[in-house]
Structures are given as structure tokens and as C-alpha cells.
Design a protein around this ligand. Structure first.
Ligand code: G3H
Ligand code: 13P
Ligand code: ZN
Length: 382
């Protein structure tokens, strides 16, 4: 493939999921967060194996980690090109603000999210509409957020969910002209999602009924954030090899399937990939105690896991090394060594151990993304 890969907006992808759902095959498009090259490759390989269209999304934190939206865009296009992937794919900004959303529109993202959910409904619509007016003329789709998810979301920590009011969802779509809307129905970000009692799939049912009654369902779509399943075996593996994750729980498969059946057309997954990456690295470092002698790159990562280099979160605040889940915490020293190391194809670096571990990371992610695409009903949806 010599020409540049083409990214599409998230609208035709979610439309395909809606058509399939209307034909009795409930479907949603998986949206997977990316921070570095092997992670992008893993997502792409998983989608390829499932023959599923998909959304690769980068948060503001991810853009900052890689040095800008332009860098992430080039990295993802490179991964698509290197792997000769021809699936319908979107590159989407996750939880953007006005500045980052405009920046991503200007830097080749095919879709952006503007998360103004901390504002009241009227202001939220106003801010969201400003991004729609900026993005739509350039063919870039827009996702908004209505209601507040519990847990940690970019720079905001919410105590508990403020559920979306389904009666207002068609109004939000109509006034903001947004293509997709994240509706808070009780899911939350991160690996500690609490009990399933908080989940109210009825909010999805009623929101979808409302948009259908208003004939909005073919071009307006509901999004489920905070949908990681938090596989127990990944948490066990992390803790077996030095981690200290406690009280973890995810969204059970049956709940995700129920939400898709009731009208969710985009499902966001970040934490599961973070857990897979962390488990893979922890196990590799444990199984190769002499790695420091073989790989300068893996040696700096190891120092964060052992606490020799103090671990920090994406905002630079100190975190306990046992609780590490966000790969950016232990990969930051690698970026400091050379930003290309996590942006370029790792196979081009003369570091056998680094190539080996990144390949394992890629495979781990691919396996999970494939199984999620099957669970979401997007496998084979080409
Ligand atoms: O909103 C949550 C996503 O998992 C993105 O997280 O802002 O730490 O990259 P992040
Ligand atoms: P998780 O933390 O459940 O993976 O949620 C991801 C998400 O909603 C990204 O926007
Ligand atoms: Zn989210």
C-alpha cells in the first residue's frame, strides 16, 4: 500500500452497527484508547482478526504523552500502513476540551469528542455546538457527553454518577447537532467500577426509544464509556508479579451486551488494554531478571516498577508503583530517552528484548480486542 491510509468519521461505522441492530444483530463499534505504537498495532491486529471496523482513540493525556495530536495521528497512520490494514477506521479524540478538539480537527483526526459534561445542560450544548460548527464543515464527526460518569475522567474526579435524563437526549442531539452522545448510565472509568447496582441500562433503553421516535437513530448514536471488563486473570497476573491492585471490578459481558441490545453503538475500552500491557511487562521483567544488562529501554521501565524511579501519574503526581495501571507512568522515562522509541515501529530498534516485549504487548492487546469485537457484535461488520 503506497498511498496514505484514509480515516473515516465515526458516523458510517455506527450507522453500520445501527443497521445490523435493526436487522436483529445487536452491534456496537469498539473504541480503543491508544498511547504508543505497539498498542496501536495490537488494536489493529485484533480488529483485523475479527474483521471488524473500529475506532482508535487518543485522549488529551495520550496526545501530550506523544508530544501532540499531529504525532499521534502520524503514529496511527504509520501503524495502519505498516500492517497494510484496509478496514474502515476512525481516529477519534477521547474526552477533549474546546482547545484540544479544535487542535485534533486541524491535525488529521477524523472525529473528536468534546466533553463539556461538567457544565449545566444548556452550557454543555452551547460548547458542544461550537465544536460541531468547527468540525462538521471539515468532515469530522463529533461526540458529546451528557451526565457525569463516576470515577476519574481526564482532569476531573467525580464521586458518583449523575445519570443522563433520557427525555433530554433527543433535545441534546437536536440542539447541539452532535453525531454521538455519551450517556451516563452508571458505568465508570478505571479498574474499580464497584458493584453492578449502579448500572441502569433502562437509561439506554429510554434514550434510544426517544431518538427513534424522533427519527434520529440513523445518524445520531449513543455511546457507552467506562466499559472495560477488567478481566480477573489480568489483575491476578499483575499482582502475581509485584502489583498490588485491590477491589477491582469491571462491567460484566452480559451487561455490555444488554446495553448494546438497548441502543449503545460505540463502546469505549481503555483500562482493559492498560491491564494487558501492565501484566505483560510485569511478567516479562520477572521472567528475565537479567534484562537490565540486555536492554537499556527495559531497564528504565523496570526501575519504575521496582520503585527506584518514583512512579508518577500522567499529571506528574506521585503514585505507588504497585498500583500502576497506566502505561504512561512507566513508559515516560522511555519517552525521555528518545520520543521515537514509542512512536515508531519497535522492530526498527536494535534491542531484541524490547522487540520481544512489545511483540508480546501487541499480541496480548490483539487477542482481547478481537474477543471484544466479537462480543460487541462488530466482528464481520464490514
Ligand atoms: O477517560 C478515560 C480514558 O480512559 C482516557 O484516560 O485521560 O488517562 O488518557 P486518560
Ligand atoms: P474504561 O476505563 O472502562 O476502559 O473506559 C474507557 C473510556 O471510557 C475512555 O473514554
Ligand atoms: Zn470515557
Amino acid at each position: 500500500m503506497s498511498e496514505e491510509p484514509k480515516l473515516c468519521s465515526i458516523v458510517p461505522l455506527m450507522q453500520a452497527a445501527e443497521f445490523a441492530s435493526l436487522r436483529g444483530h445487536p452491534s456496537a463499534i469498539g473504541a480503543f484508547n491508544v498511547n504508543f505504537y505497539a498498542q496501536a498495532q495490537g488494536i489493529l491486529e485484533g480488529l483485523y482478526k475479527a474483521e471488524a471496523p473500529g475506532i482508535i482513540q487518543a485522549s488529551r493525556g495520550a496526545n501530550k504523552f506523544q508530544g501532540g495530536a499531529d504525532k499521534i495521528q502520524v503514529m496511527v497512520l504509520k501503524a495502519i500502513k505498516d500492517m497494510k490494514i484496509t478496514l474502515p477506521l476512525a481516529l477519534h479524540l477521547d474526552h477533549g476540551d474546546t482547545k484540544s478538539a479544535k487542535d485534533c480537527v486541524d491535525n488529521g483526526f477524523s472525529s473528536v469528542m468534546i466533553d463539556a459534561s461538567k457544565l449545566d445542560e444548556i452550557q454543555n450544548i452551547e460548547v458542544t455546538k461550537e465544536i460541531v460548527d468547527y468540525a462538521h464543515p471539515k468532515g469530522v464527526s463529533v461526540e458529546g457527553e451528557y451526565g457525569k460518569l463516576a470515577g476519574v475522567e481526564e482532569d476531573v474526579a467525580y464521586g458518583k454518577t449523575t445519570y443522563a435524563d433520557p427525555r433530554f437526549v433527543p433535545v441534546f442531539f437536536d440542539r447541539s447537532k452532535v453525531d454521538a452522545l455519551a450517556v451516563a448510565y452508571g458505568t465508570s472509568h478505571g479498574p474499580n467500577k464497584g458493584k453492578t447496582d449502579a448500572l441502569n441500562v433502562g437509561i439506554v433503553t429510554d434514550s434510544y426509544a426517544g431518538i427513534k421516535a424522533n427519527h434520529q437513530n440513523l445518524d445520531h448514536f449513543l455511546v457507552g464509556h467506562g466499559s472495560s471488563t477488567v478481566p480477573r486473570e489480568l489483575v491476578q497476573e499483575i499482582n502475581q508479579y509485584g502489583g498490588s491492585l485491590k477491589g477491582t471490578s469491571g462491567i460484566p459481558d452480559y451487561m455490555i451486551k444488554a446495553a448494546i441490545k438497548e441502543g449503545i453503538r460505540k463502546v469505549n475500552i481503555d483500562t482493559d488494554l492498560r491491564l494487558g500491557i501492565t501484566a505483560t511487562l510485569r511478567k516479562y521483567l520477572n521472567d528475565h531478571p537479567d534484562v537490565d544488562k540486555k536492554s537499556e529501554i527495559l531497564s528504565v521501565i523496570k526501575k519504575v516498577f521496582t520503585g527506584e524511579t518514583p512512579a508518577k501519574d500522567k499529571d506528574g503526581n506521585p503514585v505507588d508503583s504497585g498500583s500502576l495501571v497506566d502505561p504512561r507512568s512507566y513508559l515516560e522515562p522511555v519517552v525521555k530517552m528518545d520520543p521515537q522509541l514509542l512512536r515508531e515501529n519497535y522492530r526498527s530498534f536494535k534491542d531484541e528484548a524490547f522487540i520481544e516485549v512489545m511483540t508480546l504487548v501487541k499480541n496480548r492487546i490483539a487477542e482481547h480486542v478481537k474477543s471484544l469485537a466479537i462480543m460487541f457484535g462488530s466482528a464481520g461488520l464490514l
